[in-house]
Ligand binder design. Structure first.
Ligand code: NAD
Length: 354
């Protein structure tokens, strides 16, 4: 696709996250949202009316047969992602699929096989925090080796999902449609993040439980895992959606040259052997925070990484930028999550394949 050519987008699934995709696309020059789809047609019609979008469909295959659609955002429940994304590729559409790419390893494998059959198409998975300035800064200092030899890298996710949240949509908290609960929906953002920062997970040994949502969901609200990273470092993942704290991911790195804790992408604590380097990093975080606050004040800021990720998706379609979250990379976190379930279910350490 040539530079600057108009890209026409279809959205499949018109629930909570769809307006964020539409709003992000509408900010991009030369991008038009032309077709919406939801199996509950009134949801597609309502969103279409709000944004002046002419075409709506109840069956996603009708949207995929629309020759005016160049690219699709898949914004449905987790279990349906795989088939919809595969059908979209087979129909010749570029695809960006919401997290979690899939609800089972079989479905994940099928998506990656379809991606290999269609190298001519752009296929991305949403992990919008990979576009956050703070996390990009952390990634650069980790890869510069400021912690020396990485010894441990730990993630703790505290969040709150109420009974009302789960009762509002039948697919949430079910093995069949969500593929899990806390890990596959909420913690997955930061499981992706810590794996991306450290350079990938080799294996997990894990456990999970439903401690505070009994009778509401069939899957887990709390989980813990021992992690071996590909670089040889060890670590832990702990997470719960039964905390009174609504959203608080904390990532800690401990190495032979020092350690650091970050919370919500901001510096919480740093202690390096090299105090000049420590001060340089503190100042790096201060600059990012000031720039972020300026961005929030500007009227263009949309409030999350979605605008940046969807911009990158469109630029990759036009051949103007390389894709920052290719599907192969977006498959790593779902593979870790599904391996955590498998580890507890089988009592074995599970190796991550993607
Ligand atoms: N990246 C993020 O920060 C973020 C935030 C929220 C949700 N999400 C993800 O977005 C996806 C959707 O979540 P949501 O909260 O919007 O859910 P939702 O239930 O509000 O919306 C999903 C919509 O998809 C429709 N749908 C399901 N199967 C369909 C099919 N086969 N054809 C057409 N429509 C179909 C449903 O009717 C529903 O309207 C999930 O993967 C979720 O994890 C991501």
């Amino acid at each position: 696709m040539s530079a600057g050519k108009q890209i026409r987008v279809g959205i499949i699934g018109c629930g909570v996250i769809a307006p964020c995709h539409i709003g992000s696309y509408l900010k991009l020059p030369g991008v038009k949202v032309v077709h919406l789809c939801d199996k509950v047609i009134s949801k597609a019609e309502k969103l279409a009316a709000e944004h002046g979008i002419e075409k709506v469909s109840q069956d996603y295959r009708k949207l995929l047969a629309d020759p005016e659609v160049d690219a699709v955002s898949v914004c449905t429940d987790h279990a349906s992602h795989s088939q919809i994304a595969i059908d979209a590729l087979e129909a010749g559409k570029h695809v960006i699929c919401e997290k979690s790419l899939a609800s089972s390893k079989e479905k994940l494998d099928a998506m990656l096989a379809a991606a290999r059959r269609h190298p001519e198409l752009v296929f991305s998975g949403v992990f919008q925090h990979r576009f956050d300035a703070g996390y990009n800064y952390v990634r650069s200092i980790v890869s510069d080796g400021v912690f020396g030899r990485m010894l441990t890298a730990n993630l703790n996710v505290l969040c709150l999902r109420t009974n009302e949240y789960y009762n509002a949509d039948a697919w949430r908290g079910t093995w069949a449609e969500e593929g899990g609960a806390l890990l596959i929906n909420q913690a997955i953002h930061f499981i992706d993040m810590i794996a991306w920062l450290v350079g990938g997970v080799e294996s997990v040994s894990a456990c999970y439980a439903n401690l505070n949502h009994q009778g509401v969901i069939e899957c887990e609200d709390t989980a813990a895992a021992a992690v071996v990273y590909r670089n040889g470092a060890l670590g832990t993942i702990s997470a719960t959606s039964a905390s009174p704290i609504t959203w608080e991911p904390t990532i800690s790195f401990n190495g032979t040259a020092g350690s650091m804790d970050i919370r919500n992408g901001e510096l919480l604590r740093i202690d390096l052997k090299d105090k000049d380097l420590e001060e340089k990093i503190r100042s790096g975080f201060r600059n990012i925070k000031e720039e972020g606050e300026l961005l929030i004040k500007s009227k263009d800021y949309y409030g999350s990484g979605h605008p940046q990720q969807l911009n990158n998706f469109i630029q990759a379609i036009r051949g103007e930028a390389s894709l920052k979250v290719p599907v192969e990379s977006a498959a790593h976190a779902p593979d870790i999550v599904l391996s955590i379930y498998e580890s507890f279910n089988t009592g074995k350490r599970v190796r991550i394949t993607h």
